[in-house]
Design a protein around this ligand. Structure first.
Ligand code: MG
Ligand code: ZN
Length: 388
């Protein structure tokens, strides 16, 4: 207590006018130097100033492991979209009850950030529902959408908007769309809305909530901000059976409508049938589906590169088929695709990221982290209002 006045007197003795001048002149010079040299100002970037994306496009190649990508893309004459991503990571895919996950637990973990038991949709290992990334997004006034080549009630898309203990409950899963956490859904699955055991017509109920509900065999343009579009009674055709560019056009439609009607948006796109080809141990099926997925990735990347506000993340829920590329003794410049199982495997899967926020996806991590990274972006960047 007594020392304080003495210190003040000593300080006052040294702070005379000459000392002040000596101090002020170099300070002014230093300030001018900093103001005139933006390079110096930028040398220590403030992490808080990092640009956050306004849009997230999350693409899941169901069952797409590194062998599928390596094998298919080596022979594809089109641009390899995977090589366009500057940030690469690896995701560990084990579920809550099985080192080898299924697509229910594999997508639930992306959607709610919790490990689930195989077969579960949007619930944790105790079957407790947790708010999904779509629900987080809607709460922050983001638009949400999904485009798939399975039914829109299949395990992967369902995990983003529904909470049920079993992926088999597709009729019940469909009713969760009435909660309006998913603005746009494009894929198959009409029968789960109109040919139900409870006789309800969910399309009629969704229409009353303002959704445009379309049932077609071909995709036509529509401007709807809230859209449920089914293109088949259950899953869509395979590429080999003539599906064409439905996934590409569906993704473009969802992206256009989300951009038009919402200032911020989260779109999930699934190459659903890469997995189905793996289960069939049919390399040509996998190849055709992955080539289609690659086309979609290229289009999404072109769009994101022009937009500059879009984060694009691509990964898989797991690998399917235990595919390996064996030496081809008849032609050493090629390989023999070899499947080791009709089921899934527990190998890590690659994660590819582009755009603002993409650096967070580098490294090796549990698949729960993918939800966390998306949730951080939405929490930091979620308070704007609907565009119209
Ligand atoms: Mg799937
Ligand atoms: Zn599967």
């Amino acid at each position: 207590m007594h020392n304080l006045p003495i210190r003040c007197i000593i300080a006052a003795k040294y702070v005379n006018v000459n000392n002040m001048r000596r101090l002020i002149i170099p300070c002014v010079w230093l300030l001018c130097l900093l103001l005139l040299n933006p390079f110096l100002l930028r040398s220590e970037p403030n992490p808080r100033r990092k640009k956050a994306p306004k849009r997230i496009i999350f693409l899941i190649g169901d069952g797409m492991g590194l062998a599928q990508i390596s094998g298919v893309m080596v022979n594809d004459p089109k641009q390899n979209a995977f090589e366009r991503f500057p940030v690469i990571g690896l995701s560990k895919t084990a579920s809550a009850d099985n080192y080898v996950t299924d697509s229910g637990a594999g997508a639930t973990v992306f959607a709610i950030g919790k490990k689930a038991k195989n077969g579960a949709i949007g619930v944790d290992s105790s079957e407790q529902p947790h708010r999904s990334i779509f629900e987080w997004a809607k709460q922050s006034n983001w638009g949400t959408g999904l485009v798939v080549t399975s039914s829109i009630t299949h395990a992967t898309p369902a995990s983003f908007y529904a909470h049920v203990p079993s992926r088999k409950m597709e009729e019940e899963i469909a009713t969760f769309l009435l909660q309006q956490h998913c603005d746009i859904a494009i894929g198959g699955g009409q029968k789960f809305f109109t040919e139900r055991k409870d006789q309800r017509n969910l399309f009629a109920e969704l229409s009353q909530l303002g959704f445009t509900c379309k049932q077609d065999s071909v995709l036509v343009q529509t401007d709807a901000a809230k859209l449920i579009y089914t293109l088949a009674p259950n899953g869509l055709k395979t590429m080999q059976a003539g599906r064409g560019d439905v996934l590409l056009k569906g993704t473009a439609l969802a992206q256009k409508n989300l951009s038009k009607h919402y200032q911020k948006s989260f779109l999930m796109v699934e190459g659903s049938q890469i997995d189905w080809g793996g289960h069939d141990n049919d390399y040509a099926y996998v190849q055709a589906e992955l080539v289609d997925f690659n086309e979609v990735l290229n289009a999404v990347l072109d769009w994101a590169m022009a937009d500059k506000n879009t984060l694009v993340v691509v990964t898989a829920d797991h690998e399917t088929g235990g595919l390996s590329l064996l030496e081809n003794k008849e032609n050493l410049g090629s390989f023999k695709p070899h499947f080791s199982t009709k089921g899934h495997t527990g190998i890590m899967v690659p994660v590819f990221a582009y755009g603002p926020g993409s650096e967070a996806f580098a490294g090796i991590y549990e698949n729960t982290e993918i939800f966390e990274k998306f949730a951080q972006i939405i929490k930091r960047n979620g308070t704007t209002q609907r565009a119209r």
